[in-house]
Design a protein around this ligand. Structure first.
Ligand SMILES: Cc1ncc(COP(=O)(O)O)c(C=O)c1O
Length: 427
């Protein structure tokens, strides 16, 4: 099964930069598969970038959305309430860390991050934020300034929002051999506090529990624990951005659970609504009490259909055992690539948790980034109608984000394509 990937047809009435990775228009989608308007089936290992965690068209989500759309589709949250928002706030209590007892709903991940930072600033009356090199937190003006994973997210946009300082993220694979990855990264946070911003000006430290766009970089648990300790020491709030790594993606509801740390403020979006735009900012009620009324809200935040989708998503994930499946299938995928690595030294590292997996490609015998291998691997997979995508500042990582309920046969179908593509991309 081979298709050509000619440059996508120019979309006359849309900006050209929207030319998609996979050159088709979708007609319908079910589970891990998308059918295009020519009737071809594509196996999706991107899933809207970690959005369709429950697979496309999960019956429970479809049913909830259809029922809600016929009842109440919208209420501005400051005007009157709708039941799905109350239900989703209560449902989230089943999966959020203890004490994060209040949730504000917004539309997108970037909006959630914006409001998380605003909450930290209002609560502490401090102006500064520490974020990390390689981070991705969104594309709005504030979140773009937090984002530091590639220059195209920030280029030609100066001046950026001020008061944001970047420290080194914990990246074990690229830590100099003579250094300890945890200490090396935490020392850079200390450097920022020595050289760039006074500790009691820091409102928040914001961190992804696995860097997403940055290349699925998995930090050490001790790094995350160290950030928790520094935040406590300086009186700053720890914001954990679970937008890509959360909602079961890593085999736990939220990725920070792997590290034994708890955030003060947590953001969630993407997988929360199975494709419907819903985002959440969770924190303790005492913190929310410090927020100035009217400073957060918005016309569509907490949309009724999005909230109904969110409730159905959590229920479907529980009923179908999706966290367990993500952990189990993630182990298989990891074992598969670790075996492939023994044949192909271009695979520098296989990393991830659950079904948030990536391979980092290097020039064999070195750690020099090998973007060409990643590009070929992705293009050859797409030729065979398997959708995978890149990540990392050097473009040398391939990320794999199948649905959390992926069955064995779909995983095996993808592995059969990888078997074909590896000798072409990595030889
Ligand atoms: C960790 C993280 N934070 C924030 C965002 C921004 O989310 P959105 O695209 O919904 O604004 C993303 C999107 O990829 C993300 O991965």
């Amino acid at each position: 099964m081979t298709v050509t990937t000619d440059k996508p047809a120019h979309m006359r009435h849309m900006p050209f930069f929207l030319a998609p990775l996979a050159p088709f228009t979708a007609e319908s989608a079910q589970g891990s598969w998308v059918t295009d308007t020519d009737g071809n089936r594509w196996l999706d290992f991107v899933m809207g970038i970690a959005v369709m965690n429950t697979g496309y068209s999960h019956p429970k989500v479809v049913k909830a959305v259809q029922a809600q759309a016929a009842k109440v589709s919208h209420a501005q949250m400051g005007i009157w309430r709708h039941q799905p928002m109350l239900d989703l706030a209560a449902k989230l209590q089943e999966i959020l860390p203890e004490g994060m007892d209040q949730v504000l709903f917004q539309n997108s991940g970037a909006e959630a991050v914006e409001n998380a930072v605003k909450l930290a600033k209002q609560a502490t009356r401090r102006p500064g934020v520490i974020a990390f090199q390689g981070a991705f937190h969104g594309r709005t003006h504030l979140t773009m300034a937090l984002t530091c994973s590639a220059v195209h997210y920030r280029g030609h946009m100066e001046p950026l929002v001020g008061g944001i300082h970047h420290a080194r993220y914990c990246y074990p694979y690229r830590t100099p051999a003579s250094e300890d990855p945890t200490a090396y990264a935490l020392e850079d946070v200390r450097r920022v506090l020595r050289a760039e911003i006074v500790a009691d000006d820091v409102a928040a430290i914001i961190v992804e529990p696995i860097q997403g766009e940055g290349g699925f970089i998995v930090p050490t648990a001790e790094f995350m624990q160290g950030l928790r300790a520094i935040a406590d020491e300086i009186g700053a709030k720890l914001i954990i951005d679970e937008i890509q790594a959360g909602m079961g993606r890593t085999g736990k509801w939220f990725c920070h659970e792997h590290y034994g740390v708890k955030p003060d403020i947590m953001t969630s979006a993407k997988g929360l609504g199975s494709g419907y735009p819903i985002a959440a900012i969770a924190a303790n009620g005492e913190l929310w009490d410090k927020c100035m009324p009217g400073s957060m809200g918005g016309t569509y935040g907490g949309n009724a259909v999005g909230c109904a989708a969110g409730v159905a998503t959590i229920e479907a994930m529980k009923e179908d055992g999706m966290l367990e499946n993500a952990a189990k299938q993630g182990e298989k995928l990891k074992a598969y690539f670790e075996k492939l690595q023994q044949t192909y030294p271009a695979i520098g590292e296989v990393r991830g948790k659950g079904l948030m997996m990536a391979i980092e490609l290097v020039m064999p015998g070195t750690k020099d980034p090998n973007a060409a291998a990643a590009k070929t691997f992705i293009a050859e997979c797409i030729k065979r109608r398997l959708i995978v995508m890149g990540a990392g500042a050097f473009g040398n990582c391939v990320r794999l984000l199948p649905p959390l309920n992926i069955p064995d046969e779909d995983l095996e179908a993808a592995m059969a394509v990888f078997d074909e593509v590896a000798p072409i991309a990595f030889a």
